[in-house]
Design a protein around this ligand. Structure first.
Ligand SMILES: Cc1ncc(COP(=O)(O)O)c(C=O)c1O
Length: 375
């Protein structure tokens, strides 16, 4: 190590030096190349994206995008107008972010001092903990029950000990389970900021957003990355009370979203028919996928209110993950407690389900009963 390097090291923030580096996921092209396949013949079922993509109106709007030499609208006025009608909220209850991940970071910036504790409900989306560590906060993981229900007394005990934020993902990634009113209300009653991450809200048709009027400590996050099919354009929104949004506006970077992202999201929202048709197709496919997996027998899916299924394997999940990838089916494995023997599979198009089932049959031959049903 050079002397200059040793000198520079003294200046890095200590908690940043301690962070684990982020390992980026590999692009579909690379995954497919490794499997020796054309990406067109692969199924990307690892990030819960919408395989149908956004409304054709989004492409039209992007093709005629003007004013790219000007900065975007920092408060995304037109998009917030459309969203107010979509979400049944006031324009002033909405803040637009560059993906829900940015909004998670914004929430932490607003509430978490170095050393403060936040609570997440494991297994859950890893960014709540990851972003908290970036801000020198601490994370307490309260494990969910056997049916992935929230351990309310345990969370209340952490709040009593001084936790600053509680993260509730509903439907929860990766378990697919929905939070109930019985679980969320006691948390809201404490007055502690409770963040309901509703990234998969449309698939469950269940929201806590109307409670914002009664509970100014409730913050709801949603995204255009899932049903709306705009993951690549990084657009999401926060629904919250004026007191939360006043503070969030102070720490938000002025031009956090792009003109392209805003225009695309407006176009997507104006084509409700397309979104509804996609939703129907994905919900229908979710049920077909569940039925076929149960027949096949290798993967045992948990019930899901989202566009993905958490499935127990009968054994070696990392091995099965590799075998599926070699056949052009890319799913997620989390080497984490309690879900280490599971795979998370996004709901895709019928051809994705067929490819997955064919690969499973090759790797772990189907039961005779399953073959008879499918024949
Ligand atoms: C629960 C949850 N919240 C937030 C996000 C991030 O969404 P975005 O693409 O809007 O940053 C994801 C992405 O997978 C997610 O699963």
């Amino acid at each position: 190590m050079t002397t200059q390097q040793t000198c520079l090291d003294r200046y890095f923030r200590a908690h940043v030096r301690e962070l684990e580096p982020y390992v980026p996921p590999e692009a579909l092209e690379i995954l497919a190349y490794r499997a020796g396949l054309d990406p067109a013949h692969a199924s990307k079922l690892d990030f819960n994206e919408n395989p149908y993509g956004p409304s054709p109106r989004v492409s039209e709007a992007l093709a005629s995008l003007g004013n790219v030499h000007l900065y975007p609208d920092p408060i995304a006025g037109e998009l917030r107008g459309e969203l107010a009608a979509y979400a049944g909220m006031d324009v002033d209850d909405i803040l637009i972010g560059s993906g829900a991940d940015e909004l998670i970071s914004l929430v932490v910036s607003v509430f978490v001092e170095p050393g403060d504790v936040v609570v997440d409900l494991t297994p859950t989306y890893s960014m709540y903990g990851g972003v908290t560590l970036q801000h020198a906060g601490k994370v307490v993981h309260v494990p969910r029950g056997d049916r992935w229900e929230v351990d309310v007394p345990a969370v209340l005990a952490e709040i009593e000990r001084g936790a600053k934020v509680v993260w509730v993902c509903s439907p929860n990634n990766p378990t697919g389970s929905l939070a109930t009113e019985e679980e969320v209300m006691p948390l809201l009653e404490t007055g502690v900021p409770v963040v309901l991450d509703e990234a998969y809200y449309e698939f469950s048709r269940h929201t806590f957003a109307p409670l914002i009027r009664t509970y100014p400590n409730l913050i709801v996050l949603r995204t255009f990355s899932k049903l709306a099919g705009l993951a690549g354009l990084r657009i999401a929104y926060m629904l919250a009370s004026r007191s939360v949004l006043d503070q969030a506006h102070k720490v938000k970077l002025p031009f956090n979203t792009t003109h392209a992202g805003q225009v695309a999201a407006v176009a997507a929202l104006r084509d409700r028919e397309y979104m509804a048709a996609n939703l129907e197709a994905l919900l229908t496919e979710r049920e077909r996928l569940i039925a076929l997996l149960r027949e096949q027998g290798e993967l045992d899916p948990y019930p899901s209110d989202a566009n993905f299924l958490l499935c127990r394997t009968s054994g070696d999940a990392p091995g099965l993950h590799r075998e599926l990838a070699a056949r052009g089916v890319f799913v997620r494995h989390f080497p984490k407690p309690r879900i280490d023997d599971c795979l998370r599979i996004s709901v895709g198009r019928p051809e994705d389900t067929d490819r997955l089932l064919a690969a499973l049959d090759q790797v772990r031959p189907a039961t005779r009963q399953a073959e008879a049903v499918r024949a």
